[in-house]
Ligand binder design. Structure first.
Ligand SMILES: NC(=O)c1ccc[n+]([C@@H]2O[C@H](COP(=O)([O-])OP(=O)(O)OC[C@H]3O[C@@H](n4cnc5c(N)ncnc54)[C@H](O)[C@@H]3O)[C@@H](O)[C@H]2O)c1
Length: 439
């Protein structure tokens, strides 16, 4: 099929590339000319495992092209996917400027029937509003469908090729037929294409993220109580998660969730609730608990140094909001670093991340020394803060760490290490919801 993808960020780039890999002819459009130039040269602006090879192959086979020219994409395609950002506004609502601009431009450019598919995460009612607006701008037939994306950064290509399900919200048979055909190769393992009303599809995405975020906040709230009453949240988690009704996913205590989706989607859902006279108490609470989790962790660091980090050297392992991505949006590590840098400019902050250091440098306000070697940044450090659970931080050489650091102190925001091991290695070890180890 001939497709146009508008927005070549994490979602658009993966979507366009995976569709091209299945034999579709894809024109991917972005307003960012620098990004388009990079992509056209075969340079991939984001880190996403497996994506680069697919882009290079599909560009070479001329199934995937990049342009800033939306009119070219619209003329080429029978289906146009809108994958632009929907960032949070100050009041928590989704800023739909980019989505609306793109829909308006498509309506003005189209000269025949088009199916416009909204993949961006949008509040319920957006597709209907776009449809009404577009109808005032064109005499040509068109459909607007909702097809939210559930991929996880770090495993996005695999998720796209092997989705748990594909959700489609559309009211026209013509639209549904096209989307069933397009997605059929991805659903050969028997996973469902779930068809529903457009509003239900929009809601499905928002509430799925709210549910996952709530699980993380739930276990973090449990961890906070464990800290006070002397229980070990890791033992509690194992006990809980073994109940098959509960399960183990998204139930890991730590610094809380970040990223471009959970925080903004919770806020947007809560905003929709308020606008419609229905408080979304659980979503609001999940956001609050998440905020408190990072604040409590920061307070623990500050307390250890008796309230003053001036002159101290802290090394951070991990900047991305989670492993296997370079995305640092709302990353807990950035909250910690920016907070410390703002209050104690005389603290020395060092950081390592396998892929996210360049992006983090753009988002960090204070002065940070970035190290390409994660042991090296421990030299003379008064403490290590583990802020992202990259695999290489899971079984480090503790003897070597002790020999490099000024003081053997670890603040583990991801509960990576075993308490007995920490005792044996004579570290002062703080984690989340577990007893503190002191040598
Ligand atoms: N990142 C994720 O893991 C994820 C997962 C599921 C859903 N989503 C949703 O998908 C949407 C996109 O997310 P993302 O992370 O890919 O965003 P992103 O910020 O990485 O990419 C958005 C892209 O859209 C481009 N853009 C903005 N306005 C444009 C315009 N008018 N014309 C052409 N291009 C334009 C930007 O230049 C950018 O390249 C959001 O609504 C997000 O909530 C994201």
């Amino acid at each position: 099929m001939r497709l146009c993808i508008v927005g070549t960020g994490y979602v658009g780039l993966v979507t366009g590339t995976c569709f091209a890999e299945m034999g579709n002819e894809v024109i991917a459009v972005d307003k960012d000319a620098q990004k388009v130039d990079m992509l056209a040269r075969g340079d991939v602006p984001i880190y996403e495992p497996g994506l680069s090879e697919l882009i290079v192959r599909n560009v070479a086979e001329k199934r995937l092209t990049f342009t800033t020219d939306l009119a070219r994409g619209v003329a080429h395609a029978e289906i146009i996917f809108v994958c632009v950002g929907t960032p949070p506004s100050a009041d928590g609502s989704s800023d739909l400027t980019a989505v609306t601009d793109v829909a308006r431009a498509i309506a003005k450019m189209m000269t025949s029937y088009k199916l416009i598919v909204v993949k961006s995460t949008v509040p319920v009612g957006t597709c209907a509003a776009l449809e009404t607006h577009m109808a005032t701008l064109t005499d040509h037939q068109f459909d607007v469908a909702s097809n939210p994306e559930f991929l996880k950064e770090g495993a996005a290509v695999d998720d796209f090729f092997r989705p748990d399900r594909v959700v489609v919200g559309a009211s026209s048979d013509r639209a549904l037929k096209k989307l069933r055909y397009l997605y059929a190769p991805f659903l050969r393992t028997g996973r469902p294409l779930i068809e529903m009303a457009t509003a239900s599809s929009e809601m499905t995405k928002h509430v799925s993220n709210a549910m996952l975020a709530s699980r993380i906040s739930f276990i973090n709230e449990v961890a906070a109580l464990c800290d006070v009453v002397g229980a070990d949240v890791e033992e509690v988690r194992r006990g809980m998660a073994s109940d098959h009704r509960i399960g183990s996913q998204f139930l890991f205590p730590g610094l809380g969730f970040g990223g471009s989706c959970f925080p903004k989607d919770l806020a947007s859902l809560a905003h929709v609730g308020r606008e419609n006279g229905r408080r979304m108490h659980l979503s609001e609470a999940a956001a609050l608990v998440n905020e408190e989790a990072r604040q409590r962790f920061l307070a623990r660091i500050v307390d250890h140094f008796s309230g003053d980090l001036s002159g101290k050297t802290l090394a951070f392992w991990g900047l991305a909001f989670k492993p296997r991505t370079d995305d640092v949006r709302e990353a807990p590590a950035l909250y910690l670093i920016n907070s410390i840098a703002a209050k104690w400019p005389a603290a020395t902050l060092r950081a390592h991340d396998p892929v996210a250091m360049d992006r983090a440098a753009d988002a960090i306000v204070g002065k940070v020394e970035y190290g390409r070697e994660y042991y090296k940044i421990l030299e003379g450090a008064d403490a290590l803060v583990i802020s992202t659970e990259w695999n290489e931080y899971r079984t480090p050489d503790f003897e070597r760490m002790r020999s490099l650091m000024r003081a053997p102190v670890i603040f583990d925001g991801r509960n990576l290490h075993d308490l007995d091991m920490m005792r044996e290695m004579k570290f002062t070890y703080y984690s989340v919801g577990r007893p503190t180890v002191t040598p």
